[in-house]
Design a protein around this ligand. Sequence first.
Ligand code: NAD
Length: 249
Amino acid sequence: MGLLEGRYAVVTGAASARGLGKATARLFAEHGATVAILDLDAAAAEAAAADLGPTHVGLACNVVDKAACAAAVDSLMSRWGRIDILVANAGITQPLKVMDITPQDYDAVTDVSLRGTLYMSQAVIPHMRQNKAGSIITMSSVSAQRGGGIFGGPHYSAAKAGVLGLTKAMARELAPDGVRVNAVCPGFIDTDITGGKLTEDMLNTVLSGIPMGRAGAAIDVAGCCLFLASDLSAYCTGTEVDVNGGSLI
Ligand code: NAD
């Protein structure tokens, strides 16, 4: 029996074929969950959901738009009647130096990770509270913990650090209601955000900073999300779980 049998899960930013969201949605479905994939493009979200099987749902939702987040959750509630799990995964990055960040860059990067996590959480929390149960998983980054990385500029680190603060504050507030909130902090994971963008020299430099000596795979992050979504983590809230091959040792 799967760890998420009978659960209903929403994963944002999950249409990208090689992305962390899609791998997480797939693993959740394999463990018995019914999954909604939310992403910018309706056709891409629907195709990604169909790829998981006929019971899953794909919806267009720009997580920066509070009304769109609420509408997507309303639509899922009328189909399912409950939402047990949210993975607030959508995020974008820009490899900029501090002096090159424009106000538009700042807004774009901060809005998707931070505003999007807040708005999606606000949309699901009333339903989770009503059930006295729920697991919200946010997507931070090693860039928040050590101040930057090769792909994210300082505004990305700041947004992902904001996600950690938001996660802990929500965890504290929602614990009495039975709702758990935890953050995942991936290190260097091979997805479209990172894949194929490094010269061999740059790749060797990155790998030399990872004690395990390899990039992570999307399934490494998905497995961590499965743990946090399931009852295996019933006593975990407000945590940040590192999935980084030992990068912070
Ligand atoms: P990805 O680019 O493969 O996927 C991101 C998805 O988010 C895409 O499908 C994109 O369409 C969607 N998206 C972007 N803006 C959106 C919006 N406004 N509303 C809804 N969807 C939107 O990225 P990934 O590598 O799978 O990263 C997933 C998450 O993990 C991101 O938050 C990223 O910052 C974080 N992360 C990734 C790595 C890594 O090494 N890949 C490391 C640390 C953290």
